[in-house]
Design a protein around this ligand. Structure first.
Ligand SMILES: NC(=O)c1ccc[n+]([C@@H]2O[C@H](COP(=O)([O-])OP(=O)(O)OC[C@H]3O[C@@H](n4cnc5c(N)ncnc54)[C@H](OP(=O)(O)O)[C@@H]3O)[C@@H](O)[C@H]2O)c1
Length: 165
């Protein structure tokens, strides 16, 4: 969908923006709940090794193991598993797309970043989060409209600060 939308985006003096809503649960190198395979983590973390094919291959392998019932021993994140896997893909794709769009000329710049809104009172959490959606939207709005002094792209944010992927 992002690829389909890119040609429709108009140039902006401070760069057009794509902001992906992600989660800290999808961090490749988070201390807890990460992929067990160190080599795969390194590949997904390395700008030179990260490709769309690698992201697709990783997600497909997970989905196939879910289908054949072997995912529990597959070394995937242990908590919530499918959700961190989807956000891991979002984060990786954010970085990949940022790199691909960086080659564009100054006039047609598009900056791509992702952010974690925190634990929010929405349907997804059964309204059990610790903040309302209005507050959770802050970093996303900031990335979309405010942050304009420098070219920030391919980064992951929470509470208006860059955090590790
Ligand atoms: N809530 C949290 O604590 C939290 C934390 C970290 C990240 N996030 C992320 O924040 C984003 C928003 O989540 P939320 O908490 O606002 O969840 P939510 O209350 O469950 O809202 C999800 C929204 O996505 C729409 N949606 C779901 N599947 C869709 C599909 N296949 N096509 C089109 N629209 C679809 C739903 O539409 P309908 O209403 O029509 O079903 C709904 O409006 C998600 O990406 C979530 O992963 C949330």
């Amino acid at each position: 969908m992002t690829k389909a939308m890119i040609p429709l985006m108009r140039p902006s003096p401070h760069g057009a923006r794509v902001v992906n809503v992600s989660s800290r649960l999808g961090r490749v190198n988070g201390r807890r709940n990460r992929l067990a395979n160190v080599e795969l983590r390194d590949q997904l973390s390395s700008p030179d090794l990260l490709t769309e094919e690698l992201i697709d291959r990783t997600v497909s392998k997970f989905i196939n193991q879910v289908k054949d019932g072997t995912w529990e021993s597959g070394g995937w994140p242990q908590t919530f598993t499918d959700y961190p896997m989807s956000k891991l893909a979002v984060n990786a794709y954010t970085r990949l797309m940022a790199k691909e769009l960086e080659r564009r000329g100054e006039e047609e710049k598009i900056y791509v970043n992702s952010f974690c809104p925190g634990w929010v009172k929405t349907a997804m959490t059964g309204y059990a989060g610790n903040m309302p959606p209005e507050d959770a939207a802050d970093t996303g709005v900031w990335l979309s409209l405010v942050l304009s002094e420098e070219a920030v792209t391919g980064k992951f944010f929470a509470e208006r600060r860059e955090i590790n992927f």
